[in-house]
Design a protein around this ligand. Structure first.
Ligand SMILES: [Zn+2]
Length: 300
């Protein structure tokens, strides 16, 4: 994280929040905004989680909010059991955290975990052969993709052991008949993995649907592409550049959203009501949200 973005985050840090935690809060909130922009959300479901640096605690979205409503300040801090460790008017979805908790508990290096139900990801998760080395993006993975068989809605902690064992030291997993899961040492790294995996799934689904005869690359070519991506993106700094650009996008899109809304003192120009909750910039200062009833628990 270079100067401008880090300074923008730090300038809005509440005095009571540790600097390292605030940085992660800002980046995770931005990731939620970006997932909303990219259409990777499942309404109020699914989660992106991140470890609070140096602690056994994790940040997760308040249950019941749309991804665009998540801010650095309203992210919940929870333990591995999915229980809040700091007061908040929002509720947490402990059942939704089970999959994330399994990865966080098993992997000290997996500081961020992202799980989605995107259509393309879910289609590939339903295919017996899984992700095929068809396209540019798919070749970045090869043997790096783990698979976990569907065992029903993920509510049982016993499944966590099997899920973590199937993931092993990989950072990308396809949950059969369910969706995608990625993890990484930073929010930016996890975002990059999800982006490339999602694109690979989208192209695979479209290519198969085209009905045309498909060309499969030679295994050694796919292996070379995987090594090149590992060297240039994961280890070569490109993921850092990508994430900084995405943070700028998250900030500009939310500022534009605010600018389009009439000011509170001006007469309404449209019969449509304003959005139910203001979309603040992802790193806006923490604010107390109105108290709301706890929603029913549901799956991931
Ligand atoms: Zn799920």
């Amino acid at each position: 994280m270079t100067g401008a973005m880090a300074d923008a985050f730090a300038a809005r840090r509440p005095a009571a929040c540790d600097a390292a935690e605030w940085q992660v809060r800002c980046e995770l909130a931005a990731a939620y905004r970006l997932f909303a922009q990219l259409g990777w959300h499942e309404l109020i479901y699914n989660h992106l989680t991140a470890r609070v640096p140096g602690t056994p605690h994790y940040l997760i979205n308040p249950f019941g909010l749309m991804y665009r409503e998540v801010t650095a300040g309203n992210l919940l801090k929870i333990d591995l059991d999915g229980q809040k460790v700091e007061p908040s008017p929002y509720s947490v979805n402990p059942a939704g955290f089970i999959v994330h908790g399994a990865v966080h508990a098993a992997r000290d290096d997996a500081h961020c975990v992202m799980h989605t139900h995107t259509t393309a990801g879910r289609v590939v998760s339903c295919q017996a052969e899984g992700l095929l080395p068809l396209s540019f993006n798919a070749m970045f993975y090869g043997e790096r993709v783990a698979y976990h068989a569907f065992e029903g809605i993920t509510l049982e902690r016993e499944e966590c052991t099997r899920l973590a064992a199937n993931l092993g030291r990989r950072n990308v997993m396809i949950l059969r008949n369910h969706g995608l899961l990625v993890c990484g040492p930073t929010v930016g790294d996890a975002f990059a993995e999800h982006y490339m995996l999602q694109r690979a799934c989208e192209v695979q689904v479209a290519a198969q649907a085209s009905g045309a005869k498909l060309v499969m690359p030679a295994p050694e070519i796919a292996a070379r592409a995987s090594e090149q991506y590992e060297r240039t993106a994961r280890k070569g700094g490109q993921n850092v550049l990508l994430w900084e650009a995405m943070l700028r996008w998250a900030g500009s899109s939310t500022r534009a959203s605010r600018a389009r809304r009439p000011s509170s003192g001006s007469p309404a120009r449209s019969p449509r009501p304003p959005p139910p909750a203001p979309a603040r910039v992802a790193w806006s200062a923490a604010r107390q949200a109105p108290s709301r009833p706890a929603a029913a628990r549901t799956s991931a």
